[in-house]
Design a protein around this ligand. Structure first.
Ligand code: C2O
Ligand code: CU
Length: 464
């Protein structure tokens, strides 16, 4: 019987593998290395010299990490950088000790030392990993990569592409990083926004496609401060997940797409452009012009017609709605920045005026405090439902990120939005989020405009 023969072949192949490659058995006990080091890479067009970057495995983008849902990610992080560092696995519902936050969940790994990360990936989706010590410098220098957790049965697609969006602030003469990572002008304004944008380390990323091909795009905003405004040309599709979490109903892309720092978006798109033309993922550039972020030249046909709307991705475990009636009410007031109304804030227990704060490198406050505090914003008990109202009293947008748990936005009228781990809040806007404190530990809550996080916009919650 065909069935038996196939099973037989499968068994023999597996057995042969184990017997023929003793290395497999050895590899199980060992742990893969992830070394961060200084390297040079050609980011800019070839009229420029290679740029000095800091990269995991010395590359930009960092090596993609890909596991199946429920599997463990194990990496021995080795620090070959000139600064202490740690690795944060952004968006993973992780064990607290593995969260990689220097100064909160672990000590920063000093140059020459290593740290073993070993954690389960309980939710399928698009995540990323990045440095979490002096991240406004280390992420900007290149320490960022994709972390993909695959569904047991993925969607019906022809292929997928991971698109890590990066930006760089490089000296136009030398092609090297400007070294002033804590420049006050940037810290007090929109953050360190680059002058050069890449996808997967390339400024001209080109991915050949075929007409009617169905592609899953896993788009990750890995920039330190840039809000990406994207649109599709010659591609038609649906948003199927945000920040790794599947949408209950795929949403047709009929407008520009906004992706704040650290946010992710999974699209399922069909190539509708004609053969011989070029489909594009476009970005609204700094001068309001549309510029190609990724080009998809169309050659040949994948099928005679496009498929219909995709079915939703399987929901992840823990996607229950928080019980709002029983929720604890919390409030977070964000203040400061240039053109803001912040007169003073607490630093080291002392009330300082805006100028004094500025000379100490602090420009922002959360609930009147301009630094990470010893006491958390809230002490929560395990599985407690929480509502958190966030009032942005600054004129800048901020991308607020909660570690270890996902939240939903509580919309006007009481509806709960999709699960996310980062919310982009516009200048002078008030938004409310709700979540279940279902992961014990110390979890950071901070702005992912990374220079804002370093200059006052970081707090944390404790779940016990
Ligand atoms: Cu993506 Cu606290 O980080
Ligand atoms: Cu911010």
């Amino acid at each position: 019987m065909a069935q038996t023969r196939r099973d037989f072949l499968r068994c023999t192949a597996a057995a042969a593998c184990t017997l023929a490659v003793p290395g497999v058995a050895l590899a199980q006990g060992s742990i893969e290395e992830l070394t961060a080091n200084v390297a040079r890479q050609q980011l800019l067009p070839s009229i420029y010299p290679a740029t000095e970057i800091w990269g995991y495995a010395g590359t930009v983008p960092a090596p993609e990490i890909r596991v199946r849902q429920g599997d463990r990610v194990k990496r021995r992080f080795r620090n070959a950088l000139p600064q202490p560092s740690s690795v944060h696995w952004h968006g993973i519902r992780i064990e607290n000790a593995m969260d990689g936050v220097s100064g909160l969940t672990q000590d920063a790994v000093v140059p020459g030392e290593s740290f073993d990360y070993d954690f389960a990936a309980p939710d399928a989706g698009t995540y990323w990993y990045h440095a979490h010590n002096r991240s406004y410098e280390q992420v900007a220098r290149g320490l960022r990569g994709a972390l993909i957790v695959e569904e047991p049965t993925g969607p019906d697609i022809d292929r997928e592409e991971v698109l890590l969006l990066e930006d760089w602030l490089l000296d136009p003469d030398s092609g090297q990083h400007f070294a002033d990572f804590d420049q006050p002008m940037m810290m007090s304004h929109g953050g360190r926004i680059g002058n050069f944008v890449t996808t997967n380390g390339r400024h001209d990323l080109t991915i050949p496609t075929r007409k009617n091909e169905r592609i899953r795009l896993r788009i990750i905003n890995a920039s330190g401060a840039r809000v990406f405004l994207l649109s599709l040309s010659g591609l038609a599709g649906w948003t199927v997940a945000l920040d790794g979490m599947p949408l209950a109903n795929p949403k047709k892309v009929d407008d520009d797409l906004i992706l704040g720092p650290a946010q992710r978006m999974d699209l399922i798109v069909d190539v509708t452009a004609d053969e011989g033309s070029v489909a594009q993922l476009l970005r609204i550039g700094d001068d309001d012009q549309q510029v190609p972020q990724v080009s998809f030249p169309v050659d040949g046909r994948a099928s005679v017609a496009t498929r219909g709307a995709p079915v939703p991705l399987e929901p992840n475990p823990n996607s229950a709605m928080p019980e709002l009636a029983e929720a604890r009410d919390l409030r977070l007031v964000m203040a400061g920045g240039a053109m803001g109304r912040m007169q003073s804030a607490l630093l080291g227990g002392e009330r300082l005026g805006f100028r004094q704060l500025a000379s100490a490198g602090k420009f922002w406050s959360l609930n009147d405090v301009a630094e990470m505090t010893t006491n958390p914003l809230a002490d929560l008990s395990l599985n407690e439902p929480v509502r958190l109202k966030i009032e942005n009293q600054t004129v800048f947008p901020h991308a607020m990120h909660l570690h270890g748990m996902h939240f939903r936005e509580l919309r006007v009228g009481g509806a709960l939005g999709p699960m996310r781990d980062t919310i982009l809040i516009g200048g002078n806007e008030t938004r409310e989020i709700a979540f279940v404190a279902d992961n014990p530990g110390k979890w950071l809550f901070h702005c992912h405009m990374l220079s804002h996080a370093a200059s006052g916009m970081t707090t944390w919650v404790r779940v016990t």
